[in-house]
Design a protein around this ligand. Structure first.
Ligand SMILES: [Zn+2]
Length: 600
């Protein structure tokens, strides 16, 4: 045995006496890149080396060779597979930290992508076509649900808004669109269908769905609803108002198989656009699904699973029962973390329910409305006080100027009442602000969790609805100057009135141009609120890591950090902003692994 162990000693000595400074080989090296690191101590580089799930080197191509056993090949052609290391020559392309999205609705996104997205549909042929495609993607027998047709009927996608006459004309056109069950029966096969118009006031059921609900020519109309019938008295499939409830009651919950297929489709979309982390609006059900996907090695984005604020005690108990590992400000592992909580003060702009000091400019009777969590009075403050004491990060939706004021007041009272601690609480959307409230973001140390693409899409109806107050909408520059921590994301997939893509390049485009996808208005919409390209990228990466207390482990390209990176097909910093709309993600690297790869 003595002999054997001395051989081992000799071998070990040999291993350690390899050339001085020779580090352990890397698994992957990206070379000849324009590396934008988000790290102020080393803003730019040419090469990044990764071992396991960590970044082990950021610097020059020449130096990165020391992470290859035996060094670079003498012929100068560096790319390719070495004994232990894969080397990719990215040929001058841009390498960025992986994007982190501050606001997703992952479950709804999967449902929309796998099932039906009819937001931009207002014509029989396209409706039938989309329904056929959705039916082909869904598991056998699954219900086709939702779709929200007609959302872009009044103003087409990427419109900068039109005069009232044009708006009325298109609204009339939209009202003329009356699909019937025969239109979709032919393409839905064994899938019952209950699809909706964006305003939720009209639905279309196919024959299978009517049958499942037991609706015949003899079924009476429910109160506040109508089973629309043809001249012969037969149901046409159209269900107005509460009549859709008759079908909804007969609808089973989506199967696990369907939910998983939806999640996989959503993950595919996220990695295609370089999103390596999401701050999701989750439920216990979606949390369990994320955990299943992680166990199976299928989870290709990190998830900060934000739960309803009203459930904060349940979340606290869940963390304790499962003994989730505690990190600064969060609980979980490197992939799925709890710690964020979500509530709502008011409604949304999409259906004119955001809450304003003054009535809507196109509806003098309406100021918008508060959400249920706001009553009884003091309820939101009570929930926030408890959750703040328990160490959670609170994130609350506020869109109208009055709603934002109410929320700032509530934060102020909670902070006065609770012992001081490090907090990274958020105002979610912070969409239209009373300028007098701006300084309070900095004073209270709040994060402005904003989604810049809202500006590009909402422009179509903002001025009709809130007129001059539009200049106080999406005040990204002013918020940043007020001292708010800026955080960017998408709100993917949007609402029943809008589609918001997850692609962060679209968000960056919106923030730096404040134009529609068609480039209107030429000077930008309230252009004083534009931000720089570097700011926009930082607010989609490092700042979002900071908001979840992960600035030391990700969000920038730095030795020791988790290897979450993207390679874009061009250098967005040196190209016109318009090119952001054509920019593609060539590689998405998550935890050191390539999870998306596309040929340039
Ligand atoms: Zn949202």
């Amino acid at each position: 045995m003595k002999y054997a162990s001395s051989i081992l000693t000799v071998l070990l000595l040999a291993a350690f006496s390899a050339p001085a400074q020779q580090p352990e080989p890397a698994d992957l090296i990206l070379i000849n890149g324009t590396v934008w690191t988000a790290d102020e101590s080393q803003p730019r580089a040419e090469a990044v080396a990764i071992r396991g799930n960590r970044i082990v080197f950021v610097g020059s191509v020449a130096e990165s060779g020391k992470f290859i056993q035996g060094g670079w090949r003498p012929d100068g052609a560096h790319a390719g597979q070495y004994s232990l290391t894969r080397v990719i020559d990215v040929q001058g392309r841009l390498i960025l930290p992986g994007f982190i999205d501050n606001h997703t609705h992952f479950t709804q996104a999967g449902r929309l992508l796998l099932g039906l997205n009819l937001l931009d549909v207002n014509h029989a042929d396209t409706l039938r076509q989309r329904v056929a495609e959705g039916a082909a993607r869904l598991p056998a027998g699954a219900w086709l649900v939702g779709g929200d047709w007609g959302a872009y009927a009044q103003w087409e996608m990427s419109s900068a808004g039109k005069g009232p006459d044009e708006a009325r004309k298109t609204r009339e056109r939209e009202q003329e669109f009356r699909p019937t069950k025969e239109l979709i029966d032919a393409v839905t096969g064994d899938h019952p269908a209950l699809i909706s118009r964006f305003d939720g006031q009209m639905h279309l059921a196919n024959s299978l769905a009517l049958k499942a609900a037991g609706i015949t020519r003899d079924t009476p109309n429910p109160p506040e609803g109508e089973i629309v019938r043809n001249a012969r008295g037969e149901p046409t499939g159209l269900l107005r108002g509460a009549a859709a409830e008759l079908v909804r009651k007969a609808m089973p919950r989506p199967s696990y198989e369907q939910r998983k297929a939806e999640a996989l489709r959503a993950l595919e979309e996220a990695r295609r656009w370089g999103v390596t982390g999401i701050h999701d609006n989750s439920s216990f059900e979606s949390l369990a699904l994320f955990q299943d996907l992680q166990r199976e090695g299928l989870l290709t984005t990190r998830v900060w699973a934000r739960m309803p604020l009203s459930d904060w005690e349940k979340v606290r108990d869940y963390i304790a029962e499962r003994k989730l590992a505690a990190h600064k400000g969060a609980w979980g592992d490197g992939f799925i973390r709890l710690g964020g909580l979500k509530a709502w003060v008011d409604g949304i702009m999409g259906n004119s329910s955001a809450l304003f000091w003054e009535p809507y400019s196109n509806n003098a009777a309406s100021y918008g409305r508060l959400r249920p969590v706001m009553s009884p009075e003091g309820n939101l403050q009570r929930l926030m006080t408890g959750a703040d004491r328990a160490g959670f990060t609170i994130t609350v939706h506020a869109i109208g100027d009055w709603a934002n004021h109410i929320l700032l007041d509530t934060y102020q009272r909670v902070f006065e009442q609770n012992p001081a601690r490090e907090r990274r609480h958020r105002v979610v959307h912070a969409q239209v602000l009373d300028p007098a409230d701006l300084p309070r973001f900095g004073k209270l140390g709040l994060v402005a969790e904003v989604q810049p693409y809202h500006c590009t899409d909402d422009m179509r109806w903002m001025e009709e609805r809130i007129a001059d107050r539009s200049k106080y909408a999406y005040m990204f520059r002013s918020l940043e100057r007020s001292g708010a921590v800026m955080s960017f994301g998408s709100d993917w997939p949007g609402t029943n009135a809008s589609y918001y893509p997850i692609n962060p390049l679209m968000g960056i485009y919106a923030a730096v141009t404040r134009q529609t996808l068609k480039g209107e208005p030429a000077a930008g919409w309230f252009p004083a609120e534009r931000v720089t390209m570097e700011e926009a990228v930082r607010w989609f990466t490092l700042n979002n890591a900071w908001t979840t207390y992960e600035e030391d482990s990700r969000g920038s390209i730095k030795v020791g950090k988790l290897a979450d990176l993207v390679v874009l097909d061009r250098d967005i910093f040196s190209r016109p902003a318009r090119e952001l709309l054509d920019t593609r993600v060539l590689f998405t690297i998550l935890d050191g692994k390539i999870v998306h790869e596309q040929k340039p």
